[in-house]
Design a protein. Structure first.
Lengths: 385, 313
């Protein structure tokens, strides 16, 4: 009995529990929508969304589908890490899609126009993302512009710029950039034999282990180093950090630059695997950055948690593409992930409710000491000042 | 040139309506990043109404029904923001972002399900409204007048009056500046914030339907509203949260949007050969620069973005 009580009081257990509540509720609402559209196949459809690659008939096809999901989870994970890292430092990096676009822009341009190899492209993509992030950071630090607003503006500015620049290296017959496999093979991230594990799926590259390594690295930086401590202190209370001798302005810029670099690398991890090309006529900000927000919050704002959350979000997205399209729209999985993000906003409330319940059970009244203080990123100041 | 004027005015109407919506929400203390999503939902409500109305419906009925549908759906959708951020004190940035994703996904799912139900071979996410759309238009010479333009002007005046000349408006603004003080003199902060968000749903939903009837007669809901909600946010900031300035900012940004559509038809602009993306980009660049120079002493409501908690003083 005592052990059980301790388990439910454990913050990480609570984080996992609340994430699971969000997932279950999200899937449930998605299921109701499916039922409304057509009750006959709804059970089958939600099952397909959930198990994704496992619904393929042969094991070869399964591994290939799993490979595709993993290949797309890597860039998603990088975007999620970008948002997670900044959120831990008290900054909402909604500019991640813009930093991702910048990474795609410079990464692909370097690959196709300058014929650089993949290492150079990757580094250039990271730098491009970092610069965009640093612009947001500098505006925040020196001009007091809220990073959410500058991030949104930059998302659109960079989108149009990227379209303009990449139009120079596009395939003359389509709106897409030239395929790397024909344009410049050396810019493809090497598979290092990983593809053989996944039924020779060429999209499975070193990007996947790299992304996981980045997640571990970010976790170590944030929780085990002095540098990470200073950044978090700045996020928690800018004035106090300044008083304690930390360079608070510099810390804000560095944080967003690192976040930008992560998102930029994320773009490189997608476009340099040759899985997809950039469409130079796209008129909306890529969803990858926004899905990163979903993965971040679903992952309980923990770098390791985001690894699993990214895979889950990508898996239901891919699962959505497998359902019977003549009856159900594949966007149903976008709907489910959007509902999950929305519900993540209630995480604090869920935690409060759990603790309240524990308190009532233990003492017959709410346990005030266990009520969680709002996360690191509790913002003491208003919005777009 | 008349075409440019026409597009400028209609785009300015959209931006003005939606930005005013954002303005009400922010003055009450809630940041509304979900404007884009509210627009999509309003557009969906209006488009479906136009699509479902029988062919011979009187013009006035079409106008009223479509407008009402857009407004009601917009307000209903804005409740998601109100519940989460006012009652459950959720992170407003997160909720706003979720609403944008949710709206596009939900609208696409709905339209595709509807299209497939009518014709099993039709899996597109587009709704056509060529015929009913004509109800909104009236040709004055070469200028194509749209009833929505008039609505935008009327609502602008109403919004200004409501915000500055009524007890309600002044109380609303008090909740965005200093909710604790407002509460201490007996204003119900939660109710006022609900009102602010619902008004933004009203104006945002209306803006959505105006936007999709502005230049085209068919809308693909997969595209959402192509960033217009965010552009409206830029208008609101450029207009420094004041209705009159918002109207002027909307005209300027509307002009840029119109230029990107029609610049090829204007000789001296076509000769300059600036790609349309530059015109699309300019409003965002301008707002970013304006922000950089004005944010130190910004007119933004002081308490926006902070959930109000009665127990915290």
């Amino acid at each position: 009995m005592k052990e059980k009580k301790n388990l439910i009081k454990n913050p990480s257990f609570q984080a996992i529990l609340t994430s699971l509540i969000c997932i279950v509720l999200g899937l449930f609402i998605g299921f109701i929508v499916l039922l409304l559209i057509n009750p006959a196949g709804a059970g089958e459809a939600i099952k397909t969304i959930l198990i994704n690659f496992m619904s393929r008939s042969s094991s070869i096809a399964r591994m290939k589908a799993l490979g595709n999901t993993l290949a797309k989870s890597a860039p998603l994970l990088m975007c999620a890490l970008s948002i997670c890292f900044c959120y831990k430092v008290g900054l909402f990096n909604i500019g991640a899609p813009g930093q991702y676009e910048a990474g795609a822009c410079i990464g692909l341009y370097a690959a196709l126009a300058w014929h650089c190899n993949w290492v150079v492209c990757l580094i250039l993509a990271a730098i491009a993302g970092a610069i965009v992030g640093a612009v947001s950071g500098a505006l925040k630090a020196y001009r007091n512009v809220n990073e959410v607003i500058s991030g949104i503006m930059l998302n659109w500015i960079i989108l149009y710029t990227t379209n303009m620049i990449l139009a120079k290296v596009k395939d003359p017959t389509s709106p897409y950039t030239i395929k790397l496999s024909t344009g410049n093979k050396s810019a493809l991230i090497p598979t290092a034999g990983l593809n053989t594990l996944f039924s020779n799926n060429k999209s499975v590259t070193l990007a996947i282990p790299f992304a996981i390594l980045f997640a571990i690295l970010i976790w170590v930086i944030l929780s085990k180093t002095k540098f990470g401590y200073e950044l978090r202190a700045t996020g928690f209370n800018k004035e106090a950090a300044k008083y304690a001798g930390m360079k608070e302005k510099q810390n804000i810029i560095i944080t967003l630059a690192i976040g930008g670099a992560l998102a930029g690398i994320g773009a490189a991890f997608l476009f340099l695997t040759g899985y997809q090309e950039w469409s130079t006529t796209q008129s909306s900000v890529p969803a990858m950055g926004f899905n990163g927000i979903a993965a971040t919050f679903l992952g309980g704002l923990h770098p390791i948690g985001t690894i699993f959350a990214s895979f889950f979000i990508q898996s239901i997205t891919d699962g959505g593409a497998l359902i019977n399209k003549s009856i159900y729209p594949s966007q149903i999985s976008d709907l489910i992930s959007a509902i999950i993000i929305y519900l993540c906003g209630f995480v604090l409330f869920f935690k409060f409710a759990i603790n309240n319940w524990i308190g009532k059970r233990d003492k017959g009244g709410p346990n005030v000491n266990d009520v969680p203080v709002k996360d690191d990123a509790a913002k003491a100041e208003g919005g777009d000042k | 040139m008349i075409l440019l004027l026409q597009y400028t005015i209609i785009y300015a109407s959209v931006l003005c309506l939606v930005a005013l919506g954002g303005c009400f929400s922010e003055h009450s203390g809630v940041i509304n990043l979900g404007l884009e999503g509210i627009m999509v939902m309003g557009a969906l409500g209006g488009a479906v109404t136009m699509f479902l109305l029988p062919a011979g419906t009187a013009k006035i009925v079409i106008i009223l029904a479509t407008t009402l549908a857009a407004i009601i759906i917009g307000m209903l959708f804005s409740c998601l923001l109100a519940v989460a951020s006012i009652n459950f004190k959720a992170d407003q940035t997160l909720i706003g972002t979720a609403m944008n994703l949710l709206a596009t996904a939900a609208a696409t799912v709905f339209v595709r399900a509807m299209n497939t139900a009518i014709n099993p071979d039709n899996v597109s996410s587009a709704i056509q409204y060529i015929q009913p759309k004509k109800a909104f238009l009236k040709n004055i010479g070469k200028f194509e007048f749209n009833w929505f333009m008039l609505m935008a002007v009327v609502l602008l005046v109403v919004a200004w009056f409501l915000l500055y000349k009524t007890k309600f408006g002044l109380r609303l603004m008090a909740c965005g500046e200093n909710p604790q003080a407002a509460d201490s003199v007996g204003i119900n902060v939660y109710k006022m914030r609900w009102a602010g968000v619902l008004i933004s749903g009203f104006l945002g939903g209306l803006g959505g339907i105006v936007y999709i009837t502005a230049g085209v007669s068919e809308w693909k809901f997969e595209m959402g509203v192509a960033g217009f909600g965010f552009l409206a946010l830029a208008v609101m900031i450029f207009g420094q949260w004041k209705p009159t300035n918002i109207a002027l900012a909307a005209l300027l940004f509307g002009l840029f949007r119109a230029l990107s559509n029609v610049y090829t038809g204007i000789p001296f602009l076509a000769a300059m050969n600036i790609p349309s993306t530059v015109y699309n980009m300019l409003p965002y660049i301008i707002s970013l620069i304006v922000l950089a120079f004005t944010s130190k002493n910004s007119r933004a409501p002081k308490a926006e973005g902070i959930p109000y908690d009665k127990g915290m003083r």
